[in-house]
Design a protein around this ligand. Sequence first.
Ligand SMILES: O=C(O)c1ccccc1N[C@@H]1O[C@H](COP(=O)(O)O)[C@@H](O)[C@H]1O
Length: 209
Amino acid sequence: MPPLVKICGLSTPETLDAAIQLGATHIGLVHYEPSSRHVDLKTAAELRQRAGSAVKVALLLVNASPQLTGAAYSAVRPDIIQFHGSETPEWIAAVKQHVSAEAWKAVGLRDAGTLERSRQYEGIVDRLLFDAPAQALPGGTGTRFDWSLLVNHRHRMDWGIAGGLTPSNVAEAMAATSAPLLDVSSGVESAPGVKDVDKIAAFLKAAGR
Ligand SMILES: O=C(O)c1ccccc1N[C@@H]1O[C@H](COP(=O)(O)O)[C@@H](O)[C@H]1O
């Protein structure tokens, strides 16, 4: 069974359609102004509607206020909210009382300690997304983390990997981690924020979809 694949940071109808037709199982819309992939809520809602039920749609937020999270959920109605900042388990639990979307938490994996601390989200979120540690931006930087950190880790909940995945290294990432979900953004772009359909196709093919 091939892994699930999420193509994140889509911002145009053309690239959304291509990702769906090429076999993505999930797509991500980034609502975070500092990002080159930021989409406003109106655009996010239009893309979400266009996707329909063909894929699961994640809305990526970073340390958004309760007001913004609520407004974003109401406007876009995503299947998933991807929390990609320093949101605590308590914070996410509180948000979940007001939205009926899955909650995914991105965790910047620096060392075995961060992996152990990620267990605090068990029972609170629906999936952990292991990513490279935050830099100037908390994600979407095309940076890999040390995949060997996941070897022999006993996962007790759904999970996936993100960070620096590309069509060229995704097979190696799959072999190293056996991740059930692969999340890619900058590795399928021709420039920051500009998705490349050929790279999306190459990534999905290399991931076995
Ligand atoms: O894509 C962004 O600009 C972004 C901004 C803030 C937080 C997360 C962001 N992207 C997510 O980061 C991971 C890894 O991305 P990459 O493949 O290394 O570019 C992925 O989930 C992106 O959607």
